[in-house]
Design a protein around this ligand. Structure first.
Ligand code: AMP
Ligand code: MG
Length: 440
């Protein structure tokens, strides 16, 4: 990376949260569109206007189970003086050939079935005797004798206006209308509309493939035995889940040991399936912080514009961060700090917007709101750093959970918000309005 800020800033320069984010968003570009099957396009951004090829409904059809009638045949019908009609057969949904309803006739019709020619309205079965009334052989009894439902009579107890209980052709959308606009995010209702208009595939920006890798020789996979000095790797799980939650296809690579060579070759192996890479740990100033060492020479070192810049942010947690691009395809990479809370907060603030930018979404950030701080005592925050404390938010109030320690995973699991304490504020009294990031 060679940005204005890195060119002018020395190694001790503290980047603001906003500068770091701007740098990331100025680098990451939406992925090229591809044609995807409808269900693979869920959550993706449409890049084409979708026109309706055929009207919906494609034909006039019944909105009820009932009887297709001619309006004059049922005019004035009542409980006392029902209209008695001859049932000429059944019209079921999906039935191609249709009966013709003549004067004094009716066809039993099912919801979604085409209105037969001659009929002008549908009377719901509830307005009739269902063909069971007295009289000659009735419809129901006749049905057991005749597979098409022909024969018998039905008593209709109410009149019907023309088009009653008929869903008109094109009353939903008309052929040639625009069904969906480019830029629409495809949720279940939009996918319903695409399928209803006969579209099986669509052009969208794909979900980015995000490779998540944790580093640390102390890390053990869950379900394995912990040895002395070892801890379970939680970051790679947390961030893989968070990447999926942001809309990505995420691949979790198990923890990589603190060995620059192994790390470098693992990253190079993973590049083929990555649109974005995320590492955790190994970015501070400890003797075994090998991510810096490994990432300074991943891929083609001479490549113009490639490389990872390691920097310090005026932020807590999450001070050490790396960002840049690697490999011949300049895959963006974010190297996050190792503490579980630091890596998660960094993900929410920086990786999530990057993923959503790759997807072509407009709305890349978590929503923010103002809330009243509810706490027993004042919050303290380091001078010159923007602090993100974990909290729970409800009804305009936010309550801190756990302390500021960036190892506090249990408190993180209770939180649904981040309380933002600005750089210039060192203490926040209960009752004060604060900025809150809602984690959803
Ligand atoms: P590092 O940034 O690598 O120095 O790690 C900072 C702290 O976070 C250390 O206490 C690590 O043991 C811990 N840590 C690093 N990576 C992980 C991880 N994947 N899961 C849980 N804790 C981690
Ligand atoms: Mg480490």
């Amino acid at each position: 990376m060679s940005t204005a800020a890195t060119r002018t800033a020395g190694p001790d320069h503290l980047w603001t949260v906003d500068e770091h984010l701007e740098d990331i968003l100025a680098t990451v570009r939406p992925l090229d569109p591809i044609e995807l099957q409808l269900l693979d396009a869920q959550g993706c951004v449409l890049v084409e206007d979708i026109m309706v090829p055929v009207s919906l409904p494609p034909f006039d059809n019944s909105s009820m189970d009932g009887y297709a009638v001619r309006v004059t045949d049922v005019a004035g019908a009542s409980e006392e003086y029902p209209a008695v009609l001859t049932v000429i057969g059944d019209v079921a949904a999906g039935q191609a050939e249709s009966l013709h309803v003549g004067p004094g006739e009716t066809a039993r019709i099912m919801t979604g079935a085409p209105l037969p020619p001659g009929a002008e309205a549908v009377v719901p079965v509830e307005w009739t005797d269902g063909g069971l009334g007295e009289g000659p052989v009735t419809g129901m009894r006749a049905r057991s004798q005749s597979p098409e439902g022909a024969g018998g009579h039905v008593h209709v107890y109410r009149s019907a206006e023309a088009r009653a209980h008929v869903r008109a052709q094109g009353s939903d959308v008309k052929a040639g209308d625009r069904a969906l606009e480019a830029g629409t995010v495809l949720g279940p209702p939009q996918i319903a509309l695409l399928a209803a208009t006969g579209r099986g595939t669509v052009r969208v920006r794909p979900r980015p493939r995000v490779v998540v890798m944790s580093t640390g020789s102390e890390l053990v996979q869950p379900d394995e035995q912990l040895g002395n000095g070892q801890i379970y790797d939680s970051n790679s799980f947390a961030l893989t889940a968070a990447a999926r939650d942001a809309g990505a296809i995420a691949y979790r690579v198990g923890a990589v040991a603190d060995d620059a060579e192994i790390l470098r070759s693992t990253i190079e192996d993973q590049l083929v399936r990555a649109d974005l890479m995320v590492t955790t740990g190994g970015v501070s100033v400890g003797a075994y912080d090998v991510v810096k060492e490994a990432l300074s020479s991943v891929g083609d070192e001479d490549e113009e514009g490639a490389g990872i810049d390691f920097r310090k942010l005026a932020m807590q947690p999450g001070k050490p961060q790396g960002f840049g691009s690697i490999g011949p395809d300049h895959i963006p990479l974010l190297a996050l700090p190792g503490n579980p809370v630091s890596s998660y907060v960094s993900f929410e603030l920086f990786v999530r917007p990057a993923i959503r930018t790759l997807m072509g979404l407009d709305d890349v950030h978590r929503p923010r709101t103002r809330a009243t701080l509810t706490a027993d005592k004042a919050l303290t925050s380091p001078k010159g750093r923007r602090q993100f404390l974990r909290g729970t938010y409800a009804d305009g109030a936010v309550t801190p959970v756990g302390g500021a320690g960036s190892h506090l995973v249990a408190a993180l699991a209770l939180a649904d918000a981040l309380i933002v304490v600005p750089e210039n504020i060192e203490s926040v009294e209960p009752g004060t309005e604060v900025d809150v990031v809602l984690l959803g």
